[in-house]
Write a protein that binds this ligand. Structure first.
Ligand code: SF4
Ligand code: SF4
Ligand code: SF4
Length: 196
């Protein structure tokens, strides 16, 4: 038999920000609060329950530590010249490549007063572009806008006999800047975190 504190902890650990059930869970907790005081989970507890977490600014430290130390002040969001950062769930900064590309200018890093960035990391982040079959070339139409927009020449179109060339991304050359995302007229390009 669970006591009240154990019951609340069980409820809190089952919360998932990305699901509609989140609001139901909050409602449930609120209803419980009519009987006894509610111990609300911290922002960090909310987010560490969600493994598919958003892309943080470049040079961010590991997610668990980032959400522990980031104060949600929004300084990085305000200073980003490309305006690709916004405060998302839990008031933590997230990158939105639909707004633009990362210039790796480190303005976000320099604006931050908390220990959530590590510029000694050789890579700014481990995210890469992927292209799905919404690409016009899978539908027999020439486009190549992403190839033209990629400054590191990571996107190539591989010719095929009697077929339209299909896109290929060389991940070794992709720095995750996200510039190609905006160029695509069919939203076929997505930035994905690579598992190491
Ligand atoms: S490095 Fe510069 S462009 Fe990239 S997110 Fe930070 S402030 Fe924005
Ligand atoms: S400036 Fe630092 S503490 Fe403030 S929201 Fe950005 S990452 Fe978090
Ligand atoms: S994310 Fe940047 S480097 Fe990678 S393929 Fe797209 S434009 Fe090129």
């Amino acid at each position: 038999m669970l006591n009240y504190a154990q019951f609340l902890l069980k409820k809190i650990s089952s919360l998932d920000l990305n699901q509609e059930s989140f609001s139901n869970s909050i409602l449930c907790l609120t209803q419980v609060s009519l009987v006894k005081p509610v111990i609300m989970p911290t922002r960090r507890q909310f987010l560490t329950a969600n493994r598919d977490f958003p892309i943080r600014p470049p040079w961010s430290i590991a997610e668990a530590e980032f959400t522990q130390y980031c104060s949600g002040c929004g300084a990085c969001v305000l200073i980003c010249p490309e305006k690709i950062l916004r405060l998302g769930s839990g008031n933590f900064p997230e990158v939105d490549f639909n707004r633009g590309e990362c210039l790796f200018c480190q303005s976000c890093v320099d604006s931050c007063l908390e220990a959530v960035f590590d510029t000694k990391q050789t890579q700014a982040w481990n995210i890469k572009a992927t292209i799905n079959q919404q690409c016009l070339h899978y539908h027999h139409s020439e486009c190549r806008r992403c190839e033209e927009g990629c400054e590191t020449f990571a996107i190539r179109f591989v010719p095929k006999v009697n077929q339209i060339a299909l896109p290929q991304i060389n991940w070794q050359d992709c720095n995750g800047c996200g510039a190609c995302v905006r160029y695509c007229p069919t939203q076929a390009i997505h930035m994905k975190r690579m598992v190491t």
